[in-house]
Design a protein around this ligand. Structure first.
Ligand code: TXA
Ligand code: MG
Length: 313
């Protein structure tokens, strides 16, 4: 990354425009969080409904807590354990944050990304950046600059290219608005890791008709091609073009395309490859894609959450 790229990004952001940038999870589409008009542009470009609030990104924990009205001790402990990194905390919001960012909620989601380019950008711009994943609403999140370009094209004046995201699945979202911490979205930091720091956590993220985290709607992360669980799926028909998304090595045949998420069966590697593999299959003009689910522990839960939502129509 050339320093001039960061300078260009800062100029654009300060003049009310949006910039796409890499984080360790997925690429974000950022605007200055205090600039309501610039934030409105994010919703417009993504085609995102205004009831779905954005995560505010800052360079360090102090700046994050400056945006919150209170800081329960669990927040400090989680911040010490996982920031900078792929964890988002939901806390009571400071009045300085425009309502458009939080969709009118009295809370704000804050996160300190660890990606060096995100850190450089946040330090240089000196203000918090509101940023959702840089994809069209409901679609697969981008883990490369090329993914961002293929989704949003010239609607975004600048995409900072920081290579492939190395965790590849979105941040874990934990709400600290109630006595007991609540998992709103499983993500790169596992539930087990969160529990090790704060004890019991409410983790029923599946009631999605009126989601606690409004972006956790049932149909999300969906490729254009129909996606269905391998278990229960019909085997490929004679003239049918079917893709297989497999967690590990497989000897199955009859598929037109197969993506193996991790030859070694490693969940971190599988999470990292998930969205790019889904996109590659989506580009093959298949009749349908069948997906194998991950073992339901650790990062497997986050992978399965994305796959399950991708399967909903
Ligand atoms: O890894 C990530 O978190 C990426 C990178 C770019 O940081 N961002 C991301 O943003 O995934 P997005 O907009 O795709 O997902 C944000 C989620 C949505 O489900 C939204 O509803 C939830 O965060 N959210 C934001 N503010 C909230 C709040 N105040 N209360 C509950 N959920 C909130
Ligand atoms: Mg998203």
């Amino acid at each position: 990354m050339k320093p001039s790229n960061i300078e260009d990004a800062v100029k654009l952001l300060k003049s009310g425009q949006v910039v796409a940038f890499p984080t360790e999870t997925v690429y974000g589409l950022g605007a200055v969080a205090f600039d309501a008009l610039a934030v409105a542009r994010i919703f417009e470009i993504k085609g995102r409904p205004h009831f779905d609030p954005l995560i505010v990104h800052v360079a360090n924990a102090k700046l994050a807590f400056d945006l919150c009205q209170s800081r329960p001790s669990a927040a400090s402990r989680l911040a010490d354990a996982f920031w900078p990194g792929p964890l988002t905390l939901v806390l009571p919001k400071h009045p300085s944050i425009p309502d458009i960012v939080t969709a009118g909620l009295p809370s704000v989601a804050v996160r300190v990304p660890s990606h060096p380019v995100a850190q450089l950008l946040l330090a240089a711009v000196g203000v918090p950046l509101a940023a959702p994943s840089a994809n069209r609403f409901g679609r697969v999140s981008p883990t490369t600059a090329a993914h961002v370009y293929s989704d949003l094209g010239t609607d975004v004046p600048l995409i900072l290219d920081g290579g492939s995201c190395n965790t590849g699945i979105e941040s874990t979202i934990v709400s600290l608005l109630r006595e007991r911490p609540q998992l709103l979205r499983p993500g790169s930091v596992s539930l087990e890791d969160i529990q090790a720091i704060v004890g019991e956590v409410d983790s029923n993220t599946n009631s999605t008709e009126r989601p606690q985290s409004p972006g956790q709607m049932r149909s999300h992360y969906a490729p254009r091609t129909r996606l269905e669980p391998l278990r229960g799926a019909a085997p490929p028909g004679n003239l049918e073009r079917v893709g297989l998304l497999s967690m590990g090595p497989t000897s199955t045949s009859g598929y037109t395309a197969i993506e193996v998420l991790s030859e070694a069966g490693d969940l971190r590697e599988a999470a990292c490859n998930l969205f790019a593999a889904l996109r590659r299959l989506d580009e093959r003009h298949l009749d349908r894609i069948v997906c194998e689910f991950a073992p339901p522990h650790g990062l497997g839960n986050a992978i399965n959450d994305r796959l399950w939502r991708g399967c909903q129509r």
